[in-house]
Design a protein around this ligand. Structure first.
Ligand code: HEM
Length: 425
């Protein structure tokens, strides 16, 4: 242990390990593979509504504080990749230059007025009415994917199902043809996986290569859509005018990339976490099998109980007193969405997975305020349709091996989920 402790001082990953060993609950939450996480959310919350971590960062796992900060315009967004411990040891980070990740060109990483202008352009595709028209198509995608599943041997539910559903739904939305889906999925994974830090030269090259490939792809696609507009987001953005001017190509590409990044890995993990949680709670699974109309509740409770996005960050744009603590201008705050979702002040018996929970929908898994997830409605449809159809078709679905956790702090879920698809009850 002494050797590992000494060695760890030389690496950023090690720094967090060391702090975690010293009992810093925020470091513990951010350390990939920490289990059980809810214990550490509690430790953060019990230390105070806003606590200072030894990582040099303020953090909160308190529901009232997290929901207040995301709605407070005295706080702004923080550029990604936000790797909390590069702040601690900037010289050890491979790059602290936020322009390496294209997500920072999108409205997720912008404050008003840019945020307002760009979000408004994409919003018409996510109204309740627009989404109602999409349900049938999501059902079609899910049924087709279920038809393809091999029932004769164990499969990885993540790659064979959970990844396939959202990528087809997003490509549909963007007007990207089927032969391109696989490539697009690969890019989405790279952009998603580098959101919480680019730590190795390999990761940096991977990201740079992806950005370059996507650049060429989008140039060609935009030229094509200009000539042959379709019923898709990209064609709409090309036709849109803001104060009489067309949307610039940079904003257009950034918005499209945002929809890919924000709507992909998050939804993969909603589906993956949903399946795993139901399989490990047989009584709740039986309840769901007996009443498939509970699908919407199941999705809300999965989002609360195993939040696909663990945290977001904000930075104080002026001096702010938060729950009695003065935060100086430019102070970043880590907001543990998943921790807030286990706050006993809001959720009774919070560590119980209960698909009948009445206020499950109050979870903060989609954040709140002006950056409230634009795709929340679509994600809810995808999750409900996928879980309902999967368990109706394979009521005796069972684990066929140990699930492999993901090595990410931001995205919470499993990297692989071996299952056997069995139809009989
Ligand atoms: C923003 C979570 C699915 C599009 C966000 C934020 C969270 C989130 C937490 C806000 C981050 C912040 O406040 O800093 C999720 C989860 C999903 C999901 C857990 C699935 C279970 C989707 C889908 C789409 C989407 C399917 C679209 C296809 C967006 C966009 C934003 C966003 C465009 C930026 C909103 C803004 O900055 O105004 N999402 N998301 N998301 N999400 Fe989602």
């Amino acid at each position: 242990t002494g050797f590992r402790m000494a060695l760890s001082l030389f690496t950023a990953r090690g720094a967090i390990w060391t702090y975690a060993r010293l009992g810093d609950p925020v470091a513990r939450v951010l350390q990939p593979g920490t289990d059980p996480l809810p214990r550490w959310y509690d430790a953060v919350r019990q230390a105070g509504p806003v606590v200072r971590s030894r990582l040099g960062l303020w953090a909160s796992a308190s529901y009232p504080v997290v929901s207040e900060v995301v709605r407070d315009n005295r706080f702004g967004v923080v550029p990604l990749p936000e790797d909390p411990w590069t702040r601690l040891r900037p010289r050890e980070a491979l790059s602290t230059d936020s322009s390496i990740h294209p997500i920072n060109d999108s409205f997720l990483s912008k404050d008003p007025p840019d945020h307002t202008r760009l979000r408004r352009l994409a919003a018409p595709w996510f109204t309740p009415r627009a989404l109602r028209e999409r349900v049938g198509r999501v059902e079609q995608v899910v049924e087709r994917d279920l038809d393809r599943l091999d029932t004769s041997r164990p499969i990885d539910l993540i790659t064979e199902f959970a990844v396939r559903v959202p990528i087809q739904v997003i490509c549909d939305l963007l007007g990207i043809a089927e032969p391109q889906h696989e490539r697009f999925a690969r890019w989405g994974q790279v952009l998603g996986r580098t959101l919480d830090g680019v730590r190795t030269v390999r990761e940096l090259r991977w990201l740079q290569q992806t950005v370059a490939e996507m650049g060429t792809f989008f140039d060609e696609l935009l030229a094509h859509k200009r000539q042959h507009p379709g019923d898709d987001v990209m064609s709409d953005l090309l036709a849109a005018r803001v104060d009489g001017a067309p949307v610039g190509p940079a904003d257009l590409v950034a918005t499209t990339q945002l929809l890919l990044v924000a709507g992909f890995e998050t939804t993969v993990n909603l589906i993956g976490n949903g399946v795993l949680t139901l399989l490990s709670h047989p009584r709740e699974k039986q309840r769901f099998l007996a009443n498939p109309d509970l699908a919407d509740n199941v999705v809300e409770e999965v989002l609360r109980y195993e939040s696909p996005v663990q945290f977001t960050m904000r930075v104080a744009k002026e001096d702010v007193t938060l729950a009695g603590t003065l935060l100086r201008r430019h102070t970043p705050v880590l907001l543990l969405l998943s921790g807030a979702n286990r706050d006993p002040a809001v959720f009774a018996d919070r560590n119980r997975f209960d698909i009948g929970r009445e206020n499950a929908r109050d979870h903060l898994s989609f954040s709140g305020g002006i950056h409230y997830c634009l795709g929340a409605g679509l994600a809810r449809i995808e999750g409900a349709v996928a879980l309902r159809a999967l368990f109706q078709r394979f009521p005796a679905l069972e684990l066929a091996g140990a699930p492999r956790p993901r090595s990410s702090r931001l995205i919470h879920g499993v990297g692989s989920l071996p299952v056997r698809c069995i139809a009989g009850r």
